[in-house]
Design a protein around this ligand. Structure first.
Ligand SMILES: NC(=O)c1ccc[n+]([C@@H]2O[C@H](COP(=O)([O-])OP(=O)(O)OC[C@H]3O[C@@H](n4cnc5c(N)ncnc54)[C@H](O)[C@@H]3O)[C@@H](O)[C@H]2O)c1
Length: 309
C-alpha cells in the first residue's frame, strides 16, 4: 500500500483521482484550501479509513510522510484564476516549490498537473511537446499560463539539480461530473444553460475548436504517468485529439439534453486561443495511453450529473 498526497484533492480532477487511488488500495492524503474545491466532491470518500483530509494552503510548506505526490492545487478555470491573479501565480509557483521541497526530502515521486495553456495561442496545430508556445506574459491569462510555465521550469530544475523523480503532464480540456456549475468552462456552461432552458452563449463565431477528454480517461493517464519508468519525465500531452467546434458542441448538448434553448453569440475575450488540439503521440508511445470514451458517452454522464445537482 502506498501513501499518496493529492494537492487540490477536493477539486474536479482531484476528487476523481482520489477516488481511483483509493479504489486501487492506496492510502490517500488529500490537501486542499477549498478555494474552488468542495466537500461534496469527496464526501462519498470520507468514510474510508484510508482517506485523510488536510485543510492547507499549498503556498505554505507541508510536512507529511508520503511515497508519491500529485500536485493539482490551482484554480483551473479563467473565472476562478482571474479572480485573484496574484494568488494564482503564488499557488502555481510557491505551491510547486513547497511540493518539490517535500518530494526532495522524502525522495518521493512527484507529478505536476500542467496545462495546454503553456502553449498560449499556438501557431501550430496540433501542438507537440517540443513546441515552446506563444504566451502573452502580461495579459489577463498570464497569471495561470506563466505560473504553470514557471512550475514546469522548477520541476525540471529540481530534477537536474537534485535528481528528483518528476513527471509532468500537460492536460488539455477535460470534462465530466463534478465540474463547477458556473466557472466559464464551455462544457459545464453549455450543459447548465441547456438544462435551465437558457440560451447557450458562444464567444466569437463558434468556429474556434477545442478537444475534450472525459475525466476517467485523464485519470488513467495520470496514474500511468506516475507509475512509468523513472526516465519518463514528460512533459507529455494528455487529452483527446478529436476536435469539435463550439457551435457543433452547443448543438450536440441541446440535442442530448432535449432542451429548447437557442445559441447566442457574444464577443471573443482577449487571448482566447482559436484552436487547441493535443498531439498525443508521446502519450501513446511512452504511456501506452489514449482516450477511449467517445464525446457523446462522456457528455451523457456529465448531463446526468448536472441533472441531479
Ligand atoms: N480540468 C481541466 O481541464 C484541466 C486542464 C489543464 C490543467 N488542469 C490542471 O489540473 C489541476 C486541477 O484542475 P481542476 O479542473 O480539478 O480544477 P479545480 O479548480 O476544480 O481544482 C483545483 C483544486 O485546487 C485547490 N486549490 C487552489 N489553490 C490552492 C492552494 N493554494 N492550496 C491548496 N489547494 C488549492 C482548489 O480548492 C481545488 O480543490 C489544476 O492544477 C489545473 O491547472 C486542469
Amino acid at each position: 500500500m502506498k501513501r499518496i498526497l493529492v494537492t487540490g484533492g477536493a477539486g474536479f480532477l482531484g476528487s476523481h483521482l482520489c477516488e481511483r487511488l483509493l479504489k486501487d488500495n492506496n492510502e490517500v492524503l488529500r490537501l486542499d484550501n477549498f478555494y474552488t474545491g468542495r466537500k461534496e466532491n469527496i464526501k462519498h470518500l470520507m468514510s474510508s479509513h484510508n482517506f485523510e483530509l488536510i485543510r492547507h494552503d499549498a503556498c505554505f510548506p507541508l510536512y507529511v510522510e508520503v511515497d508519491q505526490i500529485y500536485n493539482l492545487a490551482c484554480p483551473a478555470s479563467p473565472v476562478h484564476y482571474q479572480h485573484d491573479p496574484v494568488q494564482t501565480t503564488k499557488t502555481s509557483v510557491h505551491g510547486a516549490i513547497n511540493m518539490l521541497g517535500l518530494a526532495k526530502r522524502l525522495k518521493a515521486r512527484i507529478l505536476q498537473a500542467s496545462t495546454s495553456e503553456v502553449y498560449g495561442d499556438p501557431e501550430i496545430h496540433p501542438q507537440p511537446e517540443s513546441y515552446w508556445g506563444k504566451v502573452n506574459p502580461i495579459g489577463l491569462r498570464s497569471c495561470y499560463d506563466e505560473g504553470k510555465r514557471c512550475a514546469e521550469t522548477l520541476f525540471f530544475d529540481y530534477r537536474r539539480q537534485y535528481g528528483l523523480q518528476i513527471k509532468v503532464l500537460r492536460i488539455f480540456n477535460t470534462y465530466g461530473p463534478r465540474m463547477h456549475t458556473n466557472d466559464g468552462r464551455v462544457v459545464s456552461n453549455f450543459i447548465v444553460q441547456a438544462i435551465r432552458g437558457q440560451d447557450l452563449t458562444i464567444y466569437g463565431d463558434g468556429q474556434q475548436t477545442r478537444s475534450f477528454c472525459y475525466v476517467d480517461d485523464l485519470i488513467s493517464a495520470m496514474i500511468r504517468m506516475m507509475e512509468s519508468d523513472p526516465e519518463v519525465t514528460g512533459p507529455i500531452n494528455v487529452g483527446n485529439p478529436q476536435e469539435t467546434t463550439m457551435l457543433t458542441l452547443a448543438n450536440q448538448i441541446i440535442k442530448l439534453t432535449g432542451s429548447k434553448s437557442k445559441v447566442i453569440f457574444k464577443p471573443l475575450p482577449s487571448d482566447d486561443p482559436k484552436q487547441r488540439q493535443p498531439d498525443i503521440n508521446m502519450a501513446r508511445a511512452e504511456l501506452g495511453w489514449e482516450p477511449t470514451i467517445p464525446l457523446e458517452t462522456g457528455l451523457l454522464k456529465t448531463i446526468a450529473y448536472f441533472n441531479q445537482t
